[in-house]
Design a protein around this ligand. Structure first.
Ligand SMILES: N=c1c2ncn([C@@H]3O[C@H](COP(=O)(O)OP(=O)(O)OP(=O)(O)O)[C@@H](O)[C@H]3O)c2ncn1[C@@H]1O[C@H](COP(=O)(O)O)[C@@H](O)[C@H]1O
Length: 106
């Protein structure tokens, strides 16, 4: 099974070593506007799938979106670790917000 980080590393490999027939290579060759268009389309597909009862369809569309967002991150030079670091910062911030809400309730 491929983790998100492994997929990101594979995408980076495609960026540095273009491979014939690779869809990832096709996206990098087309450039940022094409990648952004795909992220937009896939986001819409996630929204549509979320309104339908099929979990399989929803999982499929979220996976498409995750892949295209990872390609966008690789294009911008942003790593999975950058996202983890940002999320870790929020952990502290969010618990402070929670604390404030609890105090406000008193
Ligand atoms: N996870 C994915 C993945 N998810 C979605 N897609 C591709 O995203 C495209 C989305 O489908 P669409 O119908 O919206 O787009 P399309 O009509 O094929 O293409 P466009 O002309 O719209 O760009 C499909 O071609 C899918 O194959 C992916 N392509 C690759 N990966 C991963 O990337 C790895 C490397 O793939 P290659 O770069 O192709 O070697 C693979 O092993 C996979 O793990």
């Amino acid at each position: 099974m491929q983790t998100v980080e492994e997929l990101y590393q594979l995408i980076l490999q495609r960026k540095s070593n273009p491979e014939k027939g690779s869809y990832t290579d096709y996206l990098f060759t087309k450039g940022l506007d094409k990648i952004l268009k795909k992220v937009g389309e896939e986001s819409t597909e996630v929204i549509v799938a979320a309104k339908n009862p099929s979990d399989d369809e929803f999982v499929y569309e979220v996976s498409d979106l995750v892949y295209h967002v990872l390609v966008l991150m690789a294009d911008r030079g942003i790593s999975v670790d950058d996202i983890k670091t940002e999320l870790a910062k929020r952990e502290g911030l969010m618990s402070k917000t929670q604390e404030r809400r609890e105090i406000d309730k008193l």
